[in-house]
Structure formats: structure tokens, C-alpha cells
Design a binder for this molecule. Structure first.
Ligand code: UTP
Length: 226
């Protein structure tokens, strides 16, 4: 049995037009994986978070308040995934790592959202992975791997098949300055990956084949950080 920490981007949970179909397939894959492995899943806020944060920012809310709105969005998306998992997961989003750990004693799938203001769910998933002694950290995101620059803005950006944690850290710091908030992994997550040494797989979350490979410890379609 392997212990897997999984970050699922909010944009993967709520994809335009095909939410239900995709969520059902994703849930099926997660349930099948949970027969052999312990799954600790952290869900992102995606469009829901962005919509609410923008609205509240326009109303004049401060940044910490906006983070709390983001966290509430991640927890709502976590509930959607729990619904799709149809009784196979701990029935509510764990609030913190202690609750996730306790929940894992009775359920092979535990889902949570964000925890504290100031970081993203990638960092939460990396910390949770460290806390539960995960064998692998899988980041199911909107990009099919880690690139030398934002591939949507830089057409000749190079995709890495393999990276050291140190190189990832350097990349997250430099690309963040250029690319704004949409970096594939946030710098705090990169720091946790480096200090914990957990092998990390970055894959396109909408590609269930790539996700299945990452669960099995292969990174054929994405980026392996080790
Ligand atoms: P996400 O983790 O979804 O961030 O949290 P993101 O990078 O914007 O999302 P993706 O990867 O593009 O889907 C949404 C927001 O919620 C707040 C932050 O404001 C974050 O931008 N948040 C989330 C926190 O403040 N703390 C947390 O632990 C998690």
C-alpha cells in the first residue's frame, strides 16, 4: 500500500461543459486506486474562487479576507468531489492535517481544501504529504508538466521531463515574477517538496491516463521532480 498526496486544481474539478462526466470518471479512478493505496486529496478553488475573489475585491475587501473566500471555495469544490466519490471518502472536507490523519484511519480517501491565508492548495497538499509520510505527491493541474516559462505566453517554452527539487524551486521563484499568479506549482509547495524529498509528479489533471500513470509511479506524460 502506498500513501499518495494529491493536489487537484479547481479548474480540473470544474471544467467547462464536462464537469459531471469528468468528475464521475475521476471518482471511479480514485476509488479504484483507493483499494490499494491511501489517498489524501486537496482540491483547489478554480473559477469559483476567482469569481468570488474578484467580486469581493471590487467591493473593497482586504487580501486576507479574499484568501478566506478562496479557502471557502476550495472547500466547496472538495464537497463536490466527496459527492462524486459516493460514500468512499471521509464524508466532509478535513479542516486541518490532524483531522485528515484521524479520518484516514477509517477511510482510504480523505479530501480537504485550503487551510490558512497566504498560500495555495498546492502548498497544502505538499505539507499534507509531508505530514502523512506520502510516498508520492501528484499535482493534477491545468498544464501537462513543468515548463521553462508559461507555455500559454511563451510558445518556445521547454517542457521538463525530469527536474531536481532545487531546480523546481529556482524556476518557481523566477517564473512567478514573469508569469503572475498562474505558476504550475507555488513557491511554498516547491520548498516543501525540496525539504521533504517526496517524489512529485506534475500531470495534466484532465488526462486520466496520465493521472493513472502517476498513481503507479510513472511520469511518462508529465514531469517528475526527484
Ligand atoms: P487555489 O489553491 O485554487 O489557488 O486557491 P490557485 O493557484 O489560484 O488555483 P488554480 O491552481 O489556478 O486552480 C484559491 C485561492 O484561495 C486562497 C488563495 O487566495 C488562493 O489563490 N487560499 C487557498 C488560501 O489563502 N489558503 C489556502 O490554504 C488555500
Amino acid at each position: 500500500m502506498a500513501v499518495l498526496a494529491i493536489s487537484i486544481g479547481g479548474s480540473i474539478i470544474l471544467q467547462e461543459k464536462k464537469e459531471v462526466d469528468y468528475l464521475n470518471k475521476l471518482a471511479k479512478l480514485l476509488i479504484s486506486q483507493s483499494k490499494r493505496n491511501k489517498l489524501f486529496i486537496v482540491v483547489g478553488g478554480g473559477k469559483l474562487a476567482r469569481t468570488y475573489i474578484k467580486f469581493a475585491r471590487d467591493l473593497g475587501a482586504d487580501e486576507a479576507f479574499l484568501d478566506d473566500i478562496g479557502i471557502a471555495s476550495t472547500r466547496l469544490n472538495a464537497r463536490l468531489l466527496i459527492a462524486a466519490l459516493d460514500g468512499h471518502a471521509y464524508p466532509k472536507p478535513a479542516k486541518d492535517f490532524d483531522e485528515a490523519w484521524i479520518a484516514s484511519k477509517s477511510h482510504s480517501i480523505v479530501v480537504m481544501g485550503g487551510t490558512h491565508p497566504g498560500h495555495t492548495t498546492d502548498a497544502v497538499a505538499a505539507m499534507l504529504g509531508e505530514r502523512v509520510g506520502a510516498d508520492r505527491f501528484i499535482n493534477a493541474t491545468a498544464v501537462d508538466g513543468v515548463y521553462s516559462a508559461d507555455p500559454n505566453k511563451t510558445p518556445d517554452a521547454k517542457k521538463f521531463k525530469k527536474l531536481t527539487p532545487q531546480k523546481l524551486l529556482e524556476l518557481t521563484v523566477t517564473t512567478e515574477h514573469k508569469a503572475g499568479p498562474h505558476v504550475v506549482i507555488d513557491p511554498l509547495a516547491a520548498r516543501i517538496i525540496q525539504r521533504s524529498g517526496i517524489p512529485t509528479y506534475v500531470v495534466l489533471g484532465s488526462d486520466l491516463k496520465a493521472l493513472r500513470e502517476a498513481f503507479a509511479g510513472k511520469a511518462a506524460a508529465g514531469t517528475l521532480i526527484k
